[in-house]
Design a protein around this ligand. Structure first.
Ligand code: IVH
Length: 678
């Protein structure tokens, strides 16, 4: 670095820190240390620095701190119903897939299905709760389960009705929607914020609502949480009813009936996009019938009945400088193209994923190639095609490394079920591979696992490089004095990290099981396992070789746990290193017992299994329904079963016979529907 550059960075950093400090005193402490004029002077100096010397952005941007530094001091409130996110679609094919999955789940053959389409506003979601018609709670999304109490700030938004008593609304009405700022209004305040979304988010999370009120925020309603009693049958009906009550809804919403209409609507809104006075990044398609939405339910993070069909991705041409490999948390080796930095739709891209060895072969991607890149939504950019006419004559086929970055040989597994070779090459040394460990640690602190604020991917990379964290347990015995001396850390951030880690020590059994990252054990399976073991002491029995096989045999009974999962659990714990690592982690934690919130219903406390296909619903839906009515659903026959549900389509005869010999009650389809009042 040149001397001058160094000097500039130093100067910028000094002022940047100062502004951050003043900002904190003004917004968090409500105790301004300087007057507005002085504050603006520093701010403008920093902005000029940024314009003139773009390299200072490595320190940070004024836009990240001024004015709107979001407060962390809101009290937390649990959502009446989790606020989920949406799965994404990027093409007509993806949409066909989405529809197909829905029809399969509902076991619809000839019936068609209606969708309600809504432009997807790129804003901040919020939930408004009206009790007897009065706005009584206002929450941010938070982590989806718990939000923050931002009622006072939400009240400053004109679009949000405060009292709707006169319309005689249901006793409890939870309206969900998007807080955003118009593009035109953003232009007026753009010096203070990175983008409109940021402006909305920052303004909404001000400690003083008078600060929020200064920004012209808008609210558009698009959904609901808990409504009692429910007063509509379709999403479209819901939207028009609440519009009559004074909520703002999108005027481009529309009912669509098939894939062609979905595609047309997508195209026509994309066409409109630049003319709209707010940012949208796709269209949300929702199953219109509320009773079908209910039947479809959701997976761990997203509803099955809705999807965000993002607008077509941005593309750009660039050159591959190098192809490197990365190791994932399951040891998967992913090739990554290092490309000449190129601007793809406003984002500077210098890496693109090449997926796996097969993909490189199929597309014949080589170092030095000129390629077409695409970036869709927030996913990692991909190489779509190679411009072979521009290829250098001496270029050579890419030889995929057979060794992991740790030096060990890699393998391609053969799937037990399909007998086919996996497309992905893996290093299977687990915690013995430094590269895998680092990724495992990132998984461990992630949102759905330990969810440790302030311990993101970059921090893990950094702490791992300097040896502060070598294995999971180290997270819970961090040396905070050392961290305080590290670049970029201050008293406040260290204090916050300390708090976040302390909080994370208390963890539910299912999250814990998910966090240790056993292959093939995702959130759903982790929950199933937690339900089976109930408490950590019982789970720990897996660590002892003598018990293991016996326990694993019982796991096969659980729905969703098959041979692949059992083998994976077995492999994981057969490795002494893994057991040791998990044990020492457990020593630092307070792991809560898992009690399947004993759902009350006709199958409470009963074990049930399904054989054969049902006419009116898929197996997946039948399983969910059984669970919602209190049953534990088994995947294989056992004497512990209370019921065997026999579908009309191709049930296994031997299972019925065995059930009969074990005196297990057999339910035919008719009896099943009747019991469930389906
Ligand atoms: S429905 C359970 N509808 O997109 C489904 N979301 O990526 C919840 N969003 O968190 C979302 N416009 O903040 C829905 N018309 C719309 C939306 C919309 C914007 C946001 C919302 C959500 C995010 C999911």
């Amino acid at each position: 670095m040149t001397k001058q550059r160094e000097q500039i960075l130093k100067e910028f950093k000094k002022k940047y820190k100062l502004l951050k400090k003043y900002n904190y005193h003004y917004y968090e402490k409500d105790d301004p240390k300087i007057d507005d004029g002085e504050y603006d002077k520093i701010k403008n100096e920093l902005l000029n620095f940024e314009k003139k010397f773009p390299f200072v952005s490595k320190v940070g941007s004024v836009k990240e701190i001024v004015g709107h530094t979001p407060s962390k001091k809101f009290s937390k409130i649990k959502h009446l119903k989790p606020m989920l996110s949406l799965s994404n679609a990027f093409s007509k094919e993806d949409m066909k897939d989405f529809k197909e999955k829905i029809l399969n789940y509902l076991n619809f053959k000839d019936q068609d299905i209606e969708f309600f389409s809504e432009p997807k506003i790129d804003g901040i979601s919020a939930s408004l709760i009206y009790t007897d018609g009065v706005l009584s709670k206002g929450l941010s999304r938070g982590d989806g389960t718990t939000g923050e109490d931002i009622l006072e700030n939400l009240k400053t938004i004109k679009d949000i009705p405060k009292n709707i008593k006169k319309y005689n609304p249901p006793k409890t009405l939870e309206i969900r929607g998007e807080v955003f700022i118009n593009k035109s209004n953003f232009l007026k305040i753009k010096d203070n914020f990175k983008n409109p979304r940021n402006a909305a988010g920052g303004s909404l999370r001000q400690k003083k609502s008078s600060e929020t009120a200064k920004i012209p925020l808008k609210f558009l309603a698009h959904g609901f949480g808990v409504i009692e009693p429910i007063f509509f049958k379709t999403q479209s009906e819901f939207v028009s009813k609440i519009e009559n009550w004074g909520f703002v809804v999108n005027k481009h919403n529309k009912v669509v009936k098939n894939i062609d209409e979905i595609e047309n609507q997508h195209k026509s809104i994309e066409h409109l996009r630049s003319k709209l006075d707010y940012d949208i990044d796709g269209i949300v398609y929702k199953v219109n019938q509320i009773n079908l939405q209910k039947r479809l339910g959701s997976t761990a993070n997203a509803p099955r009945w809705a999807i965000a069909y993002k607008f077509s991705s941005e593309k750009a041409v660039t050159k591959i400088k190098n192809i490197i490999i990365q190791v994932g948390r399951t040891g998967a080796i992913t090739p990554v193209a290092k490309v000449e930095p190129v601007n793809v739709g406003g984002v500077l891209v210098s890496n693109a994923t090449l997926h796996n060895e097969e993909e490189i072969k199929r597309k014949d991607i080589r170092v030095g190639d000129t390629v077409l890149l695409q970036r869709a939504g927030d996913v990692i950019p991909q190489v779509i095609s190679v411009q072979k006419n521009l290829r250098n004559k001496n270029s050579k086929e890419f030889q995929f490394p057979k060794k992991c970055l740790c030096g060990a040989n890699t393998i391609k597994e053969i799937s037990k079920t399909t007998k086919k070779e996996d497309a992905v090459r893996r290093c299977n040394r687990g915690y013995a591979c430094q590269f895998t460990v680092k990724e495992k640690l990132k998984h461990m602190v992630s949102k759905d696992a330990f969810n440790i604020d302030g311990l993101g991917k970059k921090v893990i990379d950094n702490f791992f490089e300097i040896g502060l964290i070598k294995e999971p347990a180290d997270i819970f015995k961090l040396n905070f004095d050392k961290i305080l001396n590290l670049e970029g850390w201050g008293k406040l951030s260290v204090e916050n990290l300390k708090k976040a880690i302390l909080k994370a020590k208390k963890i539910s059994l299912n999250r814990f099981i998910y966090s240790i990252g056993i292959r093939h054990i995702g959130q759903e399976n982790a929950k199933t396992l937690a339900g089976f073991f109930g408490e950590i002491k019982k789970f720990e029995r897996l660590f002892l070789e003598d018990n293991r096989d016996k326990i694993l045999k019982n796991l096969i009974e659980l729905d969703g746990i098959g041979e692949t999962q059992v083998d994976s659990i077995k492999n994981f714990f057969s490795d002494k290193k893994n057991t040791k690592i998990v044990e020492s982690l457990i020593n630092h934690l307070d792991i809560e017992n898992f009690s399947l919130v004993a759902k009350k219903g006709i199958f409470s406390g009963k074990n049930l299994m399904i054989t054969g296909g049902l006419e009116k619903m898929s197996r997946a839906e039948a399983k969910t329904l059984a669970e919602e009515n209190g049953a534990k659903v088994f995947g294989s026959l056992s004497k512990k079963l209370n019921y065997l549900v026999v579908g009309n389509s191709k049930p296994t005869k031997s299972k019925i016979e065995k059930a009969e010999s074990l005196n297990i009650k057999i339910l035919n389809e008719e009896e099943w529907y009747k019991l469930l009042k389906f």
